[in-house]
Design a protein around this ligand. Structure first.
Ligand code: FES
Length: 194
């Protein structure tokens, strides 16, 4: 190949193209950021009618243990995985309005949610202070209600929206547990498959 070969890229030509790499890098970053933001803001799945899978019957509490909206009781629900029984961290919450997949009895509305974050499986905390929800999780629950917050990447889930992801990278809602009340005792009897 001679020095005058038009197909040969000279060092000078290369230097004139220095800007391509940063422009491609910046373009790629903004495309990634845009897609990620779109998915986080608009890609969240609302909880529909739950597809409950019948499981163990586990007593959680008495109805009277949760005296007002916002009261809650954490529990470990035994689930069968393969040939072993494992514990699913979960929580029973008294909410102010009937929830799909929850249970209402008289004026008492309950919902039970898995506490395993649907982003990357960390365990969610029950956040009762609206200021913490607002500052740490960028979500202010409408009536100051508690939320479930995942401290790993700050996803927030609203029990008053049937466990929907309302902030952060998690897209799917928290799975609900099927509830039953017998003689004023509240039981979990199954788990939603999502
Ligand atoms: S694991 Fe919960 S937000 Fe990432």
């Amino acid at each position: 190949m001679s020095e005058n070969d038009p197909t040969k890229i000279s060092r000078r030509n290369l230097l004139e193209l220095w800007w391509i790499a940063p422009v491609l890098g910046a373009g790629g970053f903004f495309a990634w950021f845009g897609i990620r933001s779109y998915r986080i803001l608009l890609g969240k799945t609302p909880p529909g009618t739950p597809n409950f899978q019948t499981g163990n019957k586990f007593k959680i509490a008495r109805v009277s243990d949760l005296q007002q909206p916002g009261d809650a009781k954490a529990f470990d629900y035994p689930i069968k995985i393969g040939s072993s029984i494992q514990s699913l961290p979960a929580i029973l919450i008294r909410v102010s309005t009937p929830q799909p997949g929850g249970l209402s009895r008289g004026g008492t509305h309950l919902i039970a949610l898995s506490r395993v974050c649907t982003h990357q499986n960390c365990t969610c905390d029950f956040i009762t202070k609206p200021e913490i929800a607002s500052m740490a999780y960028k979500y202010r629950p409408p009536a100051g209600n508690p939320i479930l917050g995942c401290a790993c990447h700050f996803s927030a889930f609203d029990p008053e929206k049937a466990g929907m992801s309302v902030s952060g990278p998690a897209l799917k809602p928290l799975p609900r547990l099927q509830l039953e009340v017998k003689n004023s005792d509240v039981f979990a009897i199954g788990l939603e498959k999502i």
